[in-house]
Design a binder for this molecule. Structure first.
Ligand code: ADP
Length: 177
């Protein structure tokens, strides 16, 4: 297989990641400013296994990644056991609690459940390299960035589906992967 042919065969991470153009936007949490009720509503309105945490919706700067399971368990525990945690409590992923109005309910601090250095690849990373990273590191998901901003997510299942599609279209190409 000539190097040029290989290049023509290979797709880029941006072609395989989600969301696709027609999909709803990436579901993200902000490091501060969201309430317990808002976080619960977001998590419960989707089936995603995890949620990237960003500095703000405007910046889309990645802060970390929180698993659905950990979010639900922590919120449930806090509601039952932590004094003053209600739907209006602010969820905080930052190191220091932000200043709040004196009459605001106490914040729920969730930095502890966040993966502070989730793996990322850029949108233009060739898929064969992304697949290699998944294999070598045993990843389940990886975040995708563009110019340092969060753009999307790619899961092991997304990759497997993509590979199955390629194999259907062009059974020979799988031999070289
Ligand atoms: P899996 O791909 O193993 O089923 P998920 O349930 O987390 O894992 O993801 C289902 C689909 O939704 C995948 O195509 C994935 O790329 C996408 N996805 C995962 N997390 C998010 C998210 N936070 N926002 C938008 N799409 C997501």
């Amino acid at each position: 297989l000539e190097p040029k042919e290989e290049f023509e065969h290979s797709s880029l991470t941006v072609d395989v990641m989600r969301p696709r153009r027609s999909d709803p936007a990436l579901a993200v949490l902000t490091q501060e400013g969201m309430t317990v009720g808002e976080v619960e509503a977001l998590v419960e309105s989707t089936h995603y296994s995890g949620f990237p945490v960003v500095v703000s919706k405007e910046s889309q700067r990645l802060v970390g990644f929180a698993l659905r399971r950990d979010l639900l368990i922590s919120i449930d525990n806090a509601r039952k056991r932590q004094e003053g945690i209600v739907s209006a409590s602010q969820v905080v992923f930052t190191e220091h609690a932000p200043s709040q109005a004196p009459d605001a309910p106490p914040p729920l601090r969730l930095r502890g459940i966040m993966d502070l250095s989730p793996f990322t690849v850029t949108d233009h990373t060739p898929m064969d390299i992304t697949v290699d990273i998944f294999r070598k590191l045993g990843l389940r998901q990886c975040l995708v960035t563009h110019n340092g901003r969060l753009l999307g997510i790619i899961t092991k299942k997304d990759i497997l589906k993509h590979m199955a599609q390629i194999a259907n279209r062009d059974p020979d190409s799988i031999l070289f992967n």
